[in-house]
Design a protein around this ligand. Structure first.
Ligand code: PLP
Length: 381
């Protein structure tokens, strides 16, 4: 058995052919033919009012912060167990980040602990659908209505994930908050290297989003022939990707169902093969609440302690299998802790210490999973 990496990018279909077509079309800057195809795909499949490709999920979050007019003194509620960009995008606008703890049964934000963090300065909540598992959006949207807040879904990991609300309606993740930010980084389910998307569900943001994404100009209207010259009308930056990137992404999108099906198969294999170890109390396995689908973004397990996790990762590595831990608690990070009072968030700390992510990528073989699980079993026995 050779070395098994944690992640491996792959070609799903016509990615390289589409890159060639993009170059031959004579336009490889942003908003070319493949960008338009990607936008249409997302708007049709997931019902976003508007989809805008960006160069990363980080950029999409930064656009969201600008669109919500986040400014100095505003507070934004973010889970402490997340990637830095979920916070940084709002810190860049001057916001103070207020961290929320994770759920006991899942690393995602504890929806029941959000309300106590809301103050008159709170402007937005940024739920993260960790591992592609939905946050309880009914609870979060009810708070948004009650306190007049924006909800920006950090949808980086949750492509093709769905949430079933109290009304029984199943809705795509990223279509529920006012805005949502997706990632197509090579470690996500659908990839283009570095890439992302802002999904706009509240129409009031649509026009300004185009402007902010085009360096604060109304160039998009100009290209549609709506105005006869374009100029500087707002703040903004260069948030749009090259059409070459969109061409690669479109090749992946055409194979989305195939990719998702295989990832879910692999995820289920991990779950059933690891069940005996969980039943014996050696490890804890992921759970998915009834209101969420599982998009198989990530397979993780929880060890009993930080030491045990370090030893397990080292043991797997010694046997040529690359597993990784995930987030370090943001509320204890050097950047945050040096300038803020550090809240007590024990569940976040527990996930930060004990969560291990196992290899999961399209080309992983069934036999790889059997091998990885047998190594984990021999570590514990
Ligand atoms: C990957 C990820 C991001 C960042 O995505 P980029 O496209 O690399 O900017 C942000 N938030 C979460 C939760 C992520 O998993």
């Amino acid at each position: 058995m050779g070395f098994i990496p944690f992640n491996k990018p792959f070609i799903a279909g016509n990615e390289l052919e589409y890159i060639k077509q993009s170059v031959e079309s004579g336009k490889i800057s942003g908003d070319g033919m493949f960008t338009k195809k990607c936008h249409e795909f997302f708007e049709q499949k997931y019902g976003f009012k508007k989809a805008l490709l960006t160069t990363s999920c980080t950029d999409a979050l930064e656009m969201a912060a600008i669109l919500c007019n986040i400014a100095t003194g505003d507070e934004v509620i973010v889970p402490a167990y997340t990637f830095v960009s979920t916070s940084n995008a709002f810190v860049l606008r001057g916001a103070k980040i207020v961290f929320a703890d994770s759920r006991a049964d899942h690393p995602g934000i504890d929806e029941d602990k959000i309300e106590q963090l809301i103050t008159p300065k709170t402007k937005a909540i940024v739920p993260v659908h960790y591992a592609g598992v939905a946050c309880d959006m009914d609870k979060i949207m009810a708070l948004a209505v009650k306190y007049n807040l924006y909800v920006i879904e950090d949808a980086a990991q949750c492509i093709d994930g769905y949430y079933t609300g109290n009304d029984g309606r199943q809705r795509p993740l990223g279509s529920i908050g006012h805005l949502a930010a997706f990632s197509f980084h090579e470690t996500k389910n659908i990839i283009c290297g570095e890439g992302g998307m802002l999904a706009i569900n509240d129409e009031q943001f649509a026009k300004r989003a185009e402007i902010i994404r085009e360096k604060g100009t109304n160039r998009s209207s100009f290209f549609r022939g709506e105005i006869d010259k374009y100029g500087w009308v707002d703040i903004g930056s260069s948030f749009l990707p090259s059409d070459i990137i969109a061409a690669f992404l479109y090749g992946q999108l055409e194979n989305l169902d195939k990719i998702q099906q295989r990832r879910i198969e692999l995820w289920q294999q991990y779950l059933s093969l690891l069940k005996p170890l969980a039943d014996a109390g050696k490890v804890k396995l992921p759970t998915v609440p009834a209101y969420s689908t599982n998009n198989a973004h990530m397979f993780y397990l929880l060890t009993n302690s930080l030491d045990e996790r370090s030893n397990l990762i080292a043991y797997l590595r010694k046997n040529a299998v690359y597993s990784v831990f995930h987030y370090v608690s943001l509320h204890k990070s050097e950047y945050y802790a040096s300038d803020n009072e550090v809240p007590n968030l024990p569940l976040c700390d527990r996930y930060a210490d004990t969560l291990v992510r196992l290899p999961l990528f399209y080309e992983l073989k069934d036999s790889d999973i059997q091998h990885i699980v047998s190594l984990i079993a021999s570590f514990y026995n």
